[in-house]
Design a protein around this ligand. Structure first.
Ligand code: HDE
Length: 707
């Protein structure tokens, strides 16, 4: 390579790096200005005398305040509230038959990733547990460049064409005259939009189901929603959708719990994610792909380009292709979670687009919004966004440019710089867009199948368990009940009568409008078990949080034995007591308390255990917050275990409607009791573990509990 070529070499090494040899990184971290000048005093500004005015020449003061004044950037217009984690994706089997994507070629190959989870409607400071869709966006740092899988936890969307996205979001965000309500769809403008745009019907069924109040980011699915394409080495394309499935199963909160958590712990989901990573309980998901051959494009009742339709797993079975593990928290929330920029248009060779009109519009929106949010066109240089693959382009300058490009040429073709950087042919990994044949008139319309807004919504309702159906009705009562316009409430009932007449009658009853005159019978629609959360993983208590309620005088063996059996099964346990500090067992042993009642609530646990011990139970029985704790856990259908004296606490907490031990270990509707000093503690713990693994005992919901 001669001198000139060297100058133009593709790998344009930053000149700044040449300064590295002069840099000093002394031990310790003395305070400096952003120019590296050491600062001797930061508690007082420079003044003319002790009581005099501040002087302009105080460069440290000016720099500190100026930087502070500019510390905020615009939050995302949607998905503003989020949290993230680093990890890796591991490929299970070669997908070379279907795609050239390098990260899917070899079993065992690991690719670093960054994932951001989010809610959609709330502002950055809103509560985690609002009823909402959750974003599930993954950046794969592949050797062929960044691939972003920007999905949601619900497999479909509200609208069919991106041109309606601003309308949808304006309607769901707080109303413009009073900025109410925050992080909630329960208001007039949203349901005005829903009833004016019936394509929203199917998505409303999903959003008013328990899918929209996940127990944890670690317990929800992720869907690409839009139809993409795999393209293999021979150039053959196939339609695809992606699904992430959590190994812990798909589980939800109950509505009352999510409302309370919004106040008790607005950071519930991000805390849960970080705690899991801290405990080494790394969140894990498996990646599945649904594949449709091009010749089968028109084989289905729905149009496979319509993003308001799910591809039922029963019709298009998902193929498991790899695993995602999240094992590292961000070091700096702003630098990573706030500044990460995803775009569904960030694809690598082997992954391509379909003509899904929602996807096509998304391809424009993300970079456009990121240019304003991240302050210019160079946000790809921010560390969290920078690919691990090298970047060589003729893009130059702009705000916050970090790369120092050398040489004279920043255009193509050129002769002065040997036409570098040169386009890369397909054989060497250059991205070539799929050569789909497209013809048609310019038209603002949609295909006929798109216009069936109800069939899949009927199937969805028909596929729900009785509990899930009741939760959907309750959600309609809450959401539509908050709509002030009676006309819109009536329109909601009439619209959802086309999903199911009985559903609409039940909605009408709760929201004070007339039942529909006619309506559909959803029981005649297809039933897809995969739509329901009933059939999810229910055989593990890993990472589940169990509260142990204890005061002085607790029975030591009863506490320790159950605690260690649950711990061995993977649960996390916390001792809750009146005061922080230590409590003394009946045998004199002391144990540390983790939380007091004032700083926590039953909503933050998956199950409750109360060991016996006369003195312990007598003091528990006297406390209103303890009785409320147990009663509330009961209302939220959580597993509760009580032994010997503590069985009395259940009655005292006003909970009834289940069988209690008469000496034998008794498990009924998630309530495990034993009154027997010689009981086998292992069996008792095992029954409790099985009950926790069920997640909730919905058969208890009918009981009247006031919590
Ligand atoms: Fe987004 N979406 N979206 N979206 N979206 C954004 O990009 C948009 C849609 C999704 O954690 C924005 O950088 C349009 C579907 C996630 O940083 C914006 C349309 C799905 C995230 C944008 C959609 C998503 C976003 C806002 C209709 C599921 C958060 C900030 C055509 C497949 C990413 C940003 C993160 C964020 C536009 C619909 C997922 C405005 C125009 C469908 C997970 O560009």
């Amino acid at each position: 390579m001669n001198k000139d070529e060297k100058k133009q070499k593709i790998d344009e090494k930053s000149k700044i790096e040449d300064l590295e040899e002069f840099r000093e990184y002394p031990e310790g971290k003395g305070l400096t200005t952003d120019q590296g000048v050491k600062v001797s005093h930061t508690d007082d500004s420079l003044k003319a005398g002790e009581r005099g005015p501040t002087l302009m020449e105080d460069f440290h003061f000016r720099e500190k305040i100026t930087h502070f004044d500019h510390e905020r950037i615009p939050e995302r217009i949607v998905h503003a509230r989020g949290t993230g984690a680093h990890g890796y994706f591991e490929c299970y089997e070669s997908m070379a038959k279907y795609t050239m994507a390098k990260f899917l070629q070899e079993p065992g190959k690991k690719t670093p990733v960054f994932v951001r989870f989010s809610t959609v409607a709330g502002f950055r400071g809103s509560a985690d547990t609002a009823r909402d869709v959750r974003g599930f966006a993954t950046k794969f740092y592949t050797e062929d460049g960044n691939y972003d899988l920007v999905g949601n936890n619900i497999p479909i969307f509200f609208i069919q064409d991106a041109i309606k996205f601003p309308d949808l979001i304006h309607s769901v965000k707080p109303e413009p005259d009073n900025e109410i309500p925050q992080a909630s769809s329960a208001h007039d403008t949203f349901y005005d939009f829903v009833t004016s745009a019936p394509e929203t019907t199917n998505m409303i069924m999903w959003v008013l189901s328990d899918r929209a109040i996940p127990r944890s980011f670690r317990m929800m699915e992720g869907f690409s929603v839009n139809t993409f394409r795999f393209v293999n080495g021979e150039g053959k394309g196939r339609f695809i959708k992606f699904i992430w499935k959590p190994l812990l199963g798909v589980h939800s909160l109950v509505w009352d719990e999510s409302l309370k958590l919004g106040g008790e712990d607005p950071d519930y989901h991000r805390r849960d994610l970080y705690e899991a990573i801290d405990n080494g309980d790394y969140p894990e998901y498996e990646l599945y792909v649904q594949i449709i051959e091009e010749e089968d494009e028109h084989k289905f009742d729905f149009d496979i380009l319509d993003p308001t339709k799910h591809w039922p797993e029963e019709q298009i079975p998902p193929k498991k292709i790899g695993k995602l593990v999240l094992n590292r928290k961000p070091d700096n929330f702003f630098a990573e979670v706030e500044q990460v920029a995803f775009c569904p248009g960030n694809v690598v060779p082997g992954i391509d687009f379909s003509n899904d009109p929602l996807l096509q519009g998304r391809l424009f929106s993300y970079i456009d919004t990121q240019i304003i949010r991240l302050g210019g066109p160079n946000f790809h240089e921010i560390p969290i966004n920078r690919p691990i693959a090298p970047i060589h382009s003729n893009q130059r300058d702009g705000y916050h440019r970090a790369m120092i490009n050398t040489g004279k040429t920043s255009y193509s073709p050129n002769s002065l710089g040997d036409n570098c950087p040169k386009p890369v042919p397909r054989e060497d990994g250059g991205y070539v867009h799929y050569m789909e044949k497209v013809e048609g008139r310019k038209i603002r319309d949609r295909s006929e199948k798109f216009k069936d807004f109800y069939s899949q919504a009927r199937s969805f309702y028909n596929s729900m368990s009785e509990t899930e159906k009741q939760h959907i009705i309750n959600a309609f009562h809450f959401e539509v009940g908050k709509v002030e316009s009676k006309e819109i409430r009536q329109k909601m009932v009439d619209q959802f009568a086309d999903v199911d007449k009985e559903l609409a009658v039940a909605i009408a009853k709760g929201v004070g409008v007339s039942p529909p005159s006619g309506g559909a019978d959803s029981s005649k629609a297809d039933n897809f078990p995969s739509f329901s959360m009933k059939n999810t993983v229910k055989d593990t208590v890993k990472t589940r949080k169990v509260a142990i309620l204890a005061e002085n005088g607790f029975n030591y063996d009863e506490l320790i034995k159950v605690k260690s059996a649950l711990k061995d099964a993977g649960a996390n346990l916390e001792i809750i007591s009146m005061y922080l500090g230590t409590i003394k067992a009946d045998n004199g042993q002391e144990i540390e308390v983790d939380k007091n009642y004032i700083s926590t609530a039953s909503t933050q646990f998956d199950a409750v255990y109360i060991p016996g011990g006369r003195e312990n139970v007598d003091s528990l029985k006297k406390r209103g917050d303890v009785l409320h704790f147990v009663n509330e856990a009961f209302k939220h259908c959580k597993a509760i275990a009580a032994i010997n004296e503590s069985v009395e606490l259940l009655k005292k907490s006003d909970i009834t409607g289940f069988s209690i031990s008469d000496g034998e270990i008794t498990s009924d509707k998630g309530i495990i009791t034993v009154s027997n000093n010689d009981a086998d503690m292992n069996n008792f713990a095992k029954e409790f573990i099985d009950a926790i693994a069920m997640h909730r005992h919905w058969d208890r919901e009918k009981e009247e509990v006031p919590a």
